[in-house]
Design a protein around this ligand. Sequence first.
Ligand code: UDP
Ligand code: MG
Length: 317
Amino acid sequence: MTQYLPEISIVVPGYNEARNLRPLVGRLIPVMEDLGAPFEVVFVDDGSRDETLEILRELNAFDPRICAISFSRNFGKEIAIAAGLDQARGAAVVIMDADLQHPPEVIPQLVEKWRDGYKNIYGERLDRATDPRLRVALTRVFYRIIDHFGDVALPEGAGDFRLLDRQAVDALLQMREKARFNKGLFAWIGFKTIGVPFTVEERAFGVSTFNFTRLARFALDGLMSFSSIPLKMWAYAGILISGFALAMAAWFFVKTMILGVDVPGYASLIVSIAFFSGVQLLSLGVLGEYIARIFAEVKGRPLYLVAERIGGEKAKS
Ligand code: UDP
Ligand code: MG
């Protein structure tokens, strides 16, 4: 039996993308065939509730270069990408969304940069016209914060649409952390990096699953995985507040010496008690968030569970 060894793997995470799969494959396959390199398409069905899995079976029967992993439940896009990378066999791996927001026609440009020697090539979104205004604004604030306080510099406009060299993929495979923030991981690994501009298209069918809470959770994961500032800032806050309290003590001492005891002050007392209880609970909450993440790591559960594999030769989980 001769083994088909792909040079390029396309990893596509998908959650309830049944209607987008055929249009995606219809555009992707011709682009890849034009490129001439042996390729495979690795779909990761992230516990979809629609016909995604059935369609993946049909696609694999029709073209064995298309294979799939199906999760036992929804684990989230970041973990689906990790599973796709586990499965991919290519010397280069392209990651793209299933909803056609990442145009397959850009892949040859990514591959060209790869052939030029780049190892971490990201699609650089030219505009975010397809995203709601509030999301764009909040995203910008988040990136400012990460840029300022995080351990990694995230390139502007970089998303998950990218090509990674095998070396970069192997580096990512070593990182089995549970609270995954891929954008940060991609930046963290380094390697020769370059952006290729592309225009984000409208989602073909369906709606984005990233609602406000999910995005907020995701942002928090990003911040906490790549910065310990939320933990440390309480030390600074503590120093400031204690300094202020000492100054107040001195002031009251002098005032009492000169003017005698002065009883009023109920309002300021209650306000400061309430305020500082709030500060304490907040800092405890931040501690809790980090401990929850430590707890998740310590349990050492697998990143994901596979319910079914369709095609693909690399058997691994
Ligand atoms: N996705 C996934 N698991 C999820 C949510 C999303 O694999 O739990 C996939 C989804 O099918 C799509 C990609 O991640 O291929 C991007 O998701 P979406 O279009 O909902 O997000 P947006 O484009 O708004 O960032
Ligand atoms: Mg989308």
